[in-house]
Each structure stands twice: as C-alpha cells, then as structure tokens.
Design a protein around this ligand. Structure first.
Ligand SMILES: Cc1cc2nc3c(=O)[nH]c(=O)nc-3n(C[C@H](O)[C@H](O)[C@H](O)COP(=O)(O)O)c2cc1C
Length: 187
C-alpha cells in the first residue's frame, strides 16, 4: 500500500510529528511505502487560495505536484493539532487548492460525484483540552462529521479512522500513552 501522511503543524518537535513518525515506522514494518509531507516546510508552498472562475481554475505546478501524490496514494493520513475547533489554516488551504473540481469531484446531472475512489483516510488530531470536554459538548463529533461528509466522502474516499487525543499540552505520561495506543490500533 502507498501511504501519504500530511502533517500540518509548524512545530518540528510537536506531538503531531511524533504521531506521524510513529505511524510511518509501524507501516514501514508492514511493507508499505510511506511518505510524510510537512506542509509548513515543503518547498511546494501554496499561497492563500484565490480564483476568479472556479470552472476555469488553472492547474498550477504545486497543484500538479500534490495531486500526483494523492493519485498515487492508497491511504491518506492527516495529522494536525486542533486549532479553534478545526484544522490549522494551512491544511484547509491544502484542501481548497488541491481537492479541485475535475480532480477530486465533478458534477453529474447537477449532483456531486467523488472521483477519489478506492482511497481510505485516517485522521489524527490532538487537543490541548482534556478529551471529555469536547466529547460531552459534541465538538469532537462535529469535526469528525465535517471531515467525513464534507471532505472525505464528498471526494469519494472512505474514512477509516478519526482519532482525537486530548490533554496533549499537559503531561508526558499522557503523550506516551497515545503513542502506545496508535501502535496497538495499527498492529
Ligand atoms: C492557534 C491555536 C489554537 C488552538 N485552539 C485550541 C482549541 O480550540 N481547543 C483546544 O483544546 N486546544 C487548542 N489549542 C491547543 C492545541 O490543540 C495543542 O497545543 C496541540 O494539540 C498540542 O499538540 P502539538 O504538540 O502537536 O502542537 C490551540 C493552539 C493554538 C496554537
């Protein structure tokens, strides 16, 4: 399997990178091909998305680069910290540019049809707040459903796992526990 891990965290020593590296390590031992893209330092930077006519969006070099990677991947993994109830803007910008009409979806008889069939998606995110706080308020469910319905299934992909780990700013003991959980879930 070809696995593309996309990390959206500006901190190199962040827990996002610890999770991405752990997942990569596990998947390589199972003979998968794994690549990590660091959105903040990758040389194919994309400015904030702008366009005049979405139907005539010109495919830029950067779009081609990322879309080729997405095409090649059997599994996409998004890793990011939970910022203001959602993803860092750089990941949202990645979706805005690269999940473009004609590549990720099209309209058939005025209905959207996902074009990224046969791909699975996993999401790993972390909150500073303890897990139960956003669990009881329904915020976890809202973020998961937004990803599942508005992004992943809209483009024809299947959400395989959506993991939210809480209390990541608080203790090392907690973060070690999370890395063990990732290891056990993907054994
Ligand atoms: C701009 C910004 C917004 C944040 N918003 C939230 C939030 O809405 N809820 C929350 O629990 N933590 C929030 N945090 C804390 C991050 O989720 C936390 O620092 C992160 O999960 C730690 O993981 P890392 O080491 O991988 O960055 C925010 C942090 C930043 C910098």
């Amino acid at each position: 399997m070809n696995i593309l891990i996309i990390v959206a965290n500006p901190k190199q020593d962040s827990f996002s990178f610890a999770m991405a590296n752990k997942y990569k390590e596990i998947m390589i031992t199972k003979n998968n091909e794994v690549e990590i893209i660091d959105l903040y330092t990758d040389k194919h930077q994309q400015p904030f998305f702008t366009y005049q006519n979405a139907n005539e969006l010109e495919v830029t070099q950067e779009m081609k680069y990322y879309q080729d990677k997405i095409t090649k991947a059997d599994e996409l993994v998004f890793v990011f910290p939970y910022w203001w109830g959602s993803t860092p803007a750089i990941l949202k910008n990645f979706f805005d540019w690269n999940l473009s009409k004609g590549f990720a979806f099209e309209y058939v008889n005025s209905r959207p049809k996902g074009l990224l069939q046969n791909k699975t998606v996993k999401v790993f995110t972390t909150t500073g707040a303890p897990y139960f706080i956003y669990m009881i308020t329904g915020a976890h469910r809202r973020l998961k459903n937004m990803f599942k319905k508005q992004i992943i299934e809209f483009c024809g992909m299947k959400l395989e796992k959506f993991s939210i780990f809480g209390g990541v700013d608080t203790s090392k003991e907690n973060t070690n526990k999370i890395l063990n959980t990732i290891e056990q879930q993907n054994r």
